[in-house]
Design a protein around this ligand. Structure first.
Ligand code: CP
Length: 319
């Protein structure tokens, strides 16, 4: 591997322009294998080290970063706040400085505080990837969603994408609005007034509180779970009531464009924001494809950052 390129981070979709995004997609496409055989790519990041530092629970993101890194030959350290010195009161910055002193090339962080990844990126000498910071952003989720859509529809330009549910607490929604509008999609946000952030229109998306109205002509319906861990007080009358008005079932899916595809970043709460019959409908659901595409997309991000190809953050650093 070439010498790692310092100080290249992926903290938010705004770090990327369309050329960089398409380059990333092209690289990820090269990592997608449809057959049973997978080429041995372990030389690509041999000698590199990735640290997964997840302060919030994760199934998909943490394991796919680990798998992506291992498929490229990197070493992986999984740090769990529950079993590390974080449990003894060590701060985020002290933990990061300690890990940084061991000389990793890539640090993947998930944290409940918006801005945690940016803060970290200013304190370490390795590349930082934001795997979700509070309600702020989850850029690799949006990138894998966009790549999934591009593969399903051939293009993102002109698609109408409806993102439904708990928008206010969702970093996935925010990253997706920025990315999908940048790539030419029309994005709609659907949810009750209590779960729609004030000023969401400023993100570049129309907000609907009536699901039938919002789903009209939608090519894609992306459902989001209710993030009860971020809720203080009552945002909905009850999960049953929420499902009645905003849960996706076959009847509501019929309000979207014919053949509309269904997405969900996971984890799903079946029967709350999505019915199993729709989530598991092979002809319409892209949910498993999202997970598969995520490994390839993260391989592309890791390789680009570790080899210094991606050149993200130039805008952020004002260079
Ligand atoms: N989509 C997503 O971030 O899932 P996890 O919380 O399982 O990582």
């Amino acid at each position: 591997m070439d010498a790692p390129h310092p100080r290249r981070h992926l903290l938010a979709i705004g770090d990327l322009d369309p050329v960089q995004i398409n380059r990333l997609f092209a690289r990820a496409e090269g990592f997608i294998t449809d057959g049973d055989t997978r080429p041995d790519l372990r030389g690509r990041l041999a000698g590199a080290t990735l640290v997964n530092l997840f302060y919030e629970n994760s199934t998909r993101t943490q394991s796919s970063f680990e798998l992506a890194a291992r498929r490229l030959g990197a070493d992986v350290i999984n740090m769990s706040p529950r079993t590390s010195s974080v449990a003894k009161g060590e701060t985020l910055l002290d933990t990061a400085a300690t890990l940084n002193a061991m000389g990793p090339d890539l640090l993947v962080i998930r944290h409940s505080a918006s801005g945690a990844a940016l803060l970290l990126s200013r304190k370490v000498t390795c590349s930082v990837i934001n795997a979700g910071d509070g309600r702020h952003e989850h850029p690799t989720q949006a990138l894998l969603d966009a790549l999934t859509l591009r593969r399903a529809f051939g293009t993102i330009e002109g698609l109408r994408v409806a993102i439904c549910g708990d928008i206010i607490h969702s970093r996935v929604a925010r990253s997706n609005v920025v990315l999908l509008t940048l790539l030419g999609a029309e994005v709609r946000l659907i949810g009750p007034p209590t779960l729609a952030p004030k000023g969401a229109e400023d993100w570049g998306a129309r907000v609907f509180h009536d699901m039938r109205e919002g789903l009209k002509g939608a090519n894609v319906v992306m459902m989001l779970r209710l993030q009860s861990e971020r809720m203080e007080g009552a945002f909905i009358p009850s999960p049953r009531e929420f499902f009645r008005f905003y849960g996706l079932d076959a009847e509501k899916l019929a309000w979207a464009a014919p053949g509309a595809k269904v997405m969900h970043p996971g984890p799903m709460n079946r029967g709350v924001e999505i019915e199993s019959g729709v989530a598991d409908l092979e002809s319409r659901s892209l949910i498993e494809t999202q997970v598969r595409t995520g490994v390839a997309l993260r391989m592309a991000v890791l390789e680009d950052l570790a080899r210094g190809d991606l050149d993200v953050n130039l805008k952020r650093e004002g260079r």
